[in-house]
Write a protein that binds this ligand. Structure first.
Ligand code: FES
Ligand SMILES: [Fe+2]
Length: 313
């Protein structure tokens, strides 16, 4: 298969917003997979994702569109679209044209994030992201969130999972055990290590980090604190991507006490992550890297990741 016959963007479930970014009645404009999108939440609380440019005369629904009940009203001539994309009202027409509809993206909201399904050929989902049963319970805090815009390509982010060799140099972490496995749409890393904290001291941790498809990573870490980390990246276009990071801590003692740890905890994670970003934003992607025996299973990860780039129809 030649390079040009393969989709530009991977297929799968991708996060387009934290739930907290979208209040009922709110409209957000977004650019993902090289397309202009509009995300809105109806008064009934359901989030929807539509193509942004109005089927009528091309106004951007994300630039001044308003939620009316559970519909989105275009800022130009006030046509209203339901979450399904169907035009349900034109204030000055007797008859709504049969083909008046916006493309609606298949979306779902789970674990405090809104996801869309992307497949360049329009094929239906063949996997799902898991539900975090602890999310939203009393025993755990909600996500503490960070959003990055990064000038890189998705494959760089994904490769970190298999890149054993960068831990000591980039993350000041000694790796004692490193295991990696792929299974269908998932790829999993299991690590035991010692992190040297920026403020001094060490954290002995064990973590299980899993990609569920090409853009949705969950890490479960048991160390000084039990936590989930979410790293979800979604390409805006071929040059940049949005990365949403969240950390969810298990309550220790009381919620108030645990909330007191969260800011510092996320700050440590972000500092480590920003060290990766600095590398990604300035590096070159080598199709055939000069690997050595301690590098980790980078070739295996690349083979796994290739499955998400489908032949263009
Ligand atoms: S361009 Fe949207 S209603 Fe006219
Ligand atoms: Fe890293």
């Amino acid at each position: 298969m030649s390079q040009s016959a393969v989709s530009v963007y991977p297929r799968g479930w991708f996060v387009v917003a934290f739930s907290s970014e979208l209040a009922a009645g709110q409209v957000k404009s977004a650019r993902y997979f090289g397309e202009e999108l509009v995300i809105f939440r109806g008064e009934d609380g359901v989030a929807h994702v539509l193509d942004a440019y109005c089927v009528h005369m091309g106004a951007n629904l994300g630039a001044g569109g308003k939620v009316c009940g559970n519909n989105l009203r275009c800022p130009f001539h006030a046509w209203q679209f339901a979450g399904s994309g169907e035009c349900v009202e034109i204030p000055y027409a007797k008859k709504i044209p049969v083909k008046a509809r916006q493309r609606a993206w298949l979306s779902r909201e789970v674990n405090g994030v809104v996801l869309v399904w992307h497949d360049a050929n329009g094929a239906a989902p063949d996997y799902d992201v898991p539900t975090i049963v602890e999310h939203g319970t009393e025993a755990w805090l909600p996500w503490t969130e960070a959003i990055y815009s990064i000038k890189t390509q998705p494959r760089e982010i994904v490769e970190n999972l298999a890149d054993r060799g960068h831990f000591p140099a980039v993350h000041l972490t000694d790796i004692h055990d490193f295991a990696f496995d792929v299974d269908g749409h998932t790829a999993q890393q299991r690590v035991k290590g010692t992190a040297h904290l920026p403020g001094g001291g060490v954290d002995n941790f064990s973590s299980t980090t899993t990609y569920h498809g090409p853009g949705f990573l969950l890490m479960r870490m048991d160390g000084a604190l039990q936590n989930y980390m979410l790293i979800a990246h979604t390409p805006n276009d071929t040059q940049t991507l949005d990365l949403r990071m969240g950390v969810m801590l298990k309550v220790v003692g009381s919620r108030a006490k645990t909330e007191g740890y969260v800011a510092q905890y996320l700050a440590n994670l972000k500092a480590g992550f920003e060290d990766d970003i600095r590398i990604w934003e300035t590096k070159l992607y080598r199709e055939t890297p000069m690997l050595c025996d301690g590098d980790g299973p980078i070739s295996q990860l690349r083979r796994w990741y290739r499955q998400f780039y489908v032949a263009s129809a």
